[in-house]
Design a protein. Structure first.
Length: 351
């Protein structure tokens, strides 16, 4: 767990500069150089991935918004930082970009405008995956030639309209098309928040009483060969893969440890033992009692992948980030993504 004292040290430092920062924000001159570039290195001592927005809420109140640009792995750290902020006169601190009234959302990018008047949506029902929220956003002037600009513009629009947290977590998959390619009745974009809240309530109600049986774990060893001919060794909790309510644990965490392997890409004994300790620690800290399930591991081609499924993404991001920092002798990467039906593990074909 991140030590709160680290956050306290930042805010103690901020208090010594806040009057200068306030004047910079109020003057609207060189905010990037005189504010963001100054606080950035201090926050980097806590964690990477912080970005900033700032402006005046009113004549006497400056606001600092700490954003992580929708990076699921970093959201908890922005929330922790702001939760630790002191009350400071003339300042408002906000974690993540907030949602905005649709009347106030307008984006201009590369000659295109994105407003409530030229964006609609509809929802797809996916066979065998009834809880999946798959949306199609329809932009009036979409073409294959402007696909990149339009995709970026629509995403910025949604990020501002829904708010950073909701845009990052409430939609499972989406695509962007032009009006001529629409296959269903178009819904005004104003109704998107209401639709997502309805789906969230429906999902919560469906799984509120679902409990998974503890102590029934059955692990199986899988062996395979990668496309490059290297062997793959996997150990997977097959009893979990048969679980009928996978969607109640929609967040998948993948901790990937890279090592110098033997000629087959498998670990030497020293690395094998060290990585087992990291894995054991992760399993201990991400327990079923706290809403986390250990799915298993794969070892191949000089890397070991460890998988968890969780009810929420915040604790895995904090715990696994901590393990990465504690084991700097290895290059370790972390992915956290939503996969309600655990399609990531369908390759194991467990019936």
């Amino acid at each position: 767990m991140k030590e709160k004292g680290t956050y306290k040290a930042f805010w103690d430092w901020f208090l010594t500069k806040e009057k200068i920062f306030f004047e910079v924000v109020k003057s609207r001159v060189n905010i990037e150089q005189q504010f963001f570039d100054v606080i950035g290195p201090e926050l980097a001592k806590i964690n990477s991935g912080y970005y900033f927005l700032s402006g005046m809420c009113d004549e006497n109140t400056a606001e600092l918004i700490v954003t992580v640009e929708g990076d699921i792995r970093k959201i908890a750290f922005a929330e922790e930082l702001i939760a630790a902020a002191p009350e400071i006169d003339h300042w408002k601190f906000t974690a993540l970009k907030p949602e905005t009234d649709i009347e106030n959302v307008g984006v201009r990018l590369n000659g295109f405008e994105f407003t409530k008047d030229n964006i609609c949506f509809y929802s797809n029902e996916i066979e065998n995956y009834p809880d999946e929220i798959d949306l199609v956003f329809v932009y009036d002037d979409f073409t294959e030639e402007n696909k990149s600009s339009v995709t970026t513009g629509v995403c910025i629009f949604l990020d501002n309209f829904l708010g950073e947290l909701n845009f990052a977590t409430q939609i499972d998959t989406f695509s962007i098309i032009g009006k001529n390619d629409a296959q269903k009745e178009l819904v005004p974009i104003e109704k998107l928040k209401e639709f997502l809240l309805w789906r969230e309530r429906e999902f919560t109600e469906k799984y509120k009483d679902v409990e998974i049986s503890a102590g029934d774990d059955q692990f199986s060893l899988f062996e395979g060969t990668l496309d490059n001919g290297m062997p793959l060794m996997g150990v997977v909790n097959v009893s979990l893969l048969k679980y009928s309510a996978k969607a109640s644990y929609p967040w998948i965490s993948l901790l990937k440890i890279h090592y110098e392997g033997d000629y087959q890409g498998l670990p030497l004994e020293k690395d094998y033992n060290a990585m087992n300790l990291i894995e054991d620690k992760a399993v201990e800290l991400l327990s079923p009692a706290d809403g986390h399930l250990y799915i298993g591991r794969e070892t191949a081609d000089s890397s070991k992948s460890i998988y968890f499924a969780s009810k929420d993404f915040r604790q895995p991001s904090i715990v696994l980030d901590g393990l990465i920092k504690e084991n700097k002798e290895y290059k370790i990467s972390l992915e956290i993504y939503k996969d309600k039906y655990w399609q990531s593990f369908e390759r194991y074909n467990v019936n």
